[in-house]
Design a protein around this ligand. Structure first.
Ligand code: SF4
Ligand code: SF4
Length: 467
């Protein structure tokens, strides 16, 4: 029996976790262990190790990932990006959106069920702790409905205490991804008053994560997540989703004790697939329900039931709606191949742009409001320039700025030599030569070379008097 007592297509009129009077219905998903759940568990271990471990890793003094929105510095796979890389970031976002769209058209919500941090934390950490302390869905319901006795106080307080610790750990990890390990360590070691904003951020994030995983839960996926809301326009009948094989399962009917064959479909209406669903939905109401996060728990649940009643597995499985309707097995089609090639091409283009990105960014301008300085006696002419160099590489660099002889480059002041990574340096210099030495119709090339021998030639104008 569904815990929501839904009739016909009444489920379309309100969310599964919402009663008709608008009150929230708490979801108690049944505990499931099956092949897919096991695979998801192992996969989640890898993801959790990466998620919690990566902020601690530094390669050549650089974090692997950092998304410092405050200082507008981003590090992606140890490659730093700055506001000057806006075109790359914009292109990256476009590639990402196209990738997400194509991926979803093909594979539905695989991301949500297998890799989304919300699902991983909720189902693989918080839910497991809940099962461990409070027991399975039935025990949890009993505990919630029962009086506040010693057992309930002990179980609830220990569960929420562990939830708080986990939320605190996630909050700190989240902050490390924003400000980097070094700044985070300062925040932890030094007195809170020295880093009041960071200190407050840790506790605000902790409170948010605690609320999300202790109370808000499936509402994130069902209501808040924009990716979830996009499913309606991204999916089609060929998208691979968690599907109930209605042709095989319908008409559903109960199996009475001792009965081996029936005149109804293979679904025995046991509701086990509904009970294990973390968003409380009934997959038998059709595919592409926006609340389905593709977690595959219902597949494992139904396989378990089919095994018990000696029926073939896969009544609920990964398939497309067209596949279910036509009764054909899921296979690698030309469409999947074409989309996959497009996905690879997008990744390839973006990868090429990343690899060929220059390690430094130069801006060269003639000094505003000035034309040239001319010495009538020597017949020498000079132009004044301003230069800015941003070191985008992973280490400090020495820069050499040169001009082809017989023209000479004379710095105003110290000039630019060494620049730390991530830093920008500015300088001014004259280019000097005899009138006419620089061909009048040609642009003047100025060479900038870093320690690794990477050279950029910037062409600029050189103004001189008429002969
Ligand atoms: S678990 Fe399988 S048999 Fe049971 S209700 Fe769900 S689809 Fe039907
Ligand atoms: S319907 Fe199945 S796959 Fe979808 S969220 Fe529920 S249990 Fe997971």
């Amino acid at each position: 029996m569904s815990q929501f007592n839904l009739e016909n297509d009444d489920y379309r009129n309100h969310l599964y976790n919402q009663a008709k009077d608008g009150k929230r219905l708490w979801i108690y998903p049944g505990r499931i262990i099956g092949n897919l759940y096991r695979a998801r568990t192992y996969f989640s271990y890898v993801l959790l190790i990466l998620l919690f471990g990566l902020p601690w890793v530094e390669i050549s003094g650089q974090p692997v990932f950092m998304f410092n929105v405050i200082e507008r510095t981003f590090i992606f796979w140890t490659v730093p990006f700055y506001p000057q890389d806006f075109h790359l970031v914009a292109l990256g976002i476009v590639c990402f959106l196209i990738f997400i769209s194509l991926f979803t058209v093909l594979f539905g919500r695989i991301w949500c069920g297998w890799a989304c941090p919300q699902t991983i934390f909720m189902e693989m950490l918080f839910r497991k702790i809940e099962y461990w302390i409070e027991g399975d869905d039935k025990a949890q319901r009993r505990l919630d409905e029962g009086p506040w006795n010693q057992e309930k106080i002990l179980k609830k307080s220990s569960k929420h205490f562990i939830f708080l610790i986990l939320a605190f750990a996630i909050s700190n990890t989240f902050l490390m991804y924003i400000i980097g390990k070094k700044e985070w360590l300062k925040l932890v070691i030094e007195p809170p008053m020295n880093h009041l904003i960071g200190f407050m951020a840790i506790w605000i994030f902790t409170a948010v994560f605690y609320f999300v995983f202790a109370r808000f839960r499936e509402i994130v996926c069902m209501v808040v997540c924009p990716y979830g809301r996009l499913q309606g326009v991204l999916l089609d009948n060929n998208s691979i989703l968690v599907q109930y094989d209605h042709k095989r399962g319908e008409p559903k009917g109960k199996l009475t004790k001792g009965e081996t064959s029936t005149n109804h479909g293979d679904c025995i209406d046991c509701h086990w697939c509904v009970r294990v669903c973390p968003t409380g939905i009934d997959i038998r109401n059709g595919s592409n329900q926006l609340e389905c996060i593709g977690c595959t728990s219902c597949i494992d649940a139904c396989d378990e039931v089919m095994e018990k009643i000696n029926k073939p597995k896969d009544l609920i499985r990964y398939d497309s709606l067209n596949g279910v309707n036509s009764g054909t097995k899921l296979k690698f089609t030309t469409r999947i191949a074409a989309y996959s090639v497009a996905l690879m091409a997008i990744i390839g283009v973006f990868g090429y742009l990343l690899i060929t990105r220059k390690n430094y960014e130069t801006t060269l301008l003639r000094m505003p409001g000035m034309t040239y300085q001319y010495d009538e006696k020597t017949h020498m002419v000079s132009n004044l320039y301003q230069i800015e160099i941003l070191n985008k590489s992973k280490g400090k660099q020495h820069y050499k700025i040169t001009v082809a002889p017989p023209l000479t480059l004379i710095w105003v002041g110290k000039g630019i030599s060494m620049i730390e990574n991530g830093k920008m340096a500015k300088g001014e210099f004259f280019i000097k030569g005899l009138v006419g030495q620089q061909p009048r119709r040609e642009k003047l090339p100025i060479m900038v070379t870093d320690s690794e021998g990477d050279t950029e030639i910037i062409k600029t104008s050189f103004i001189q008097p008429d002969e």
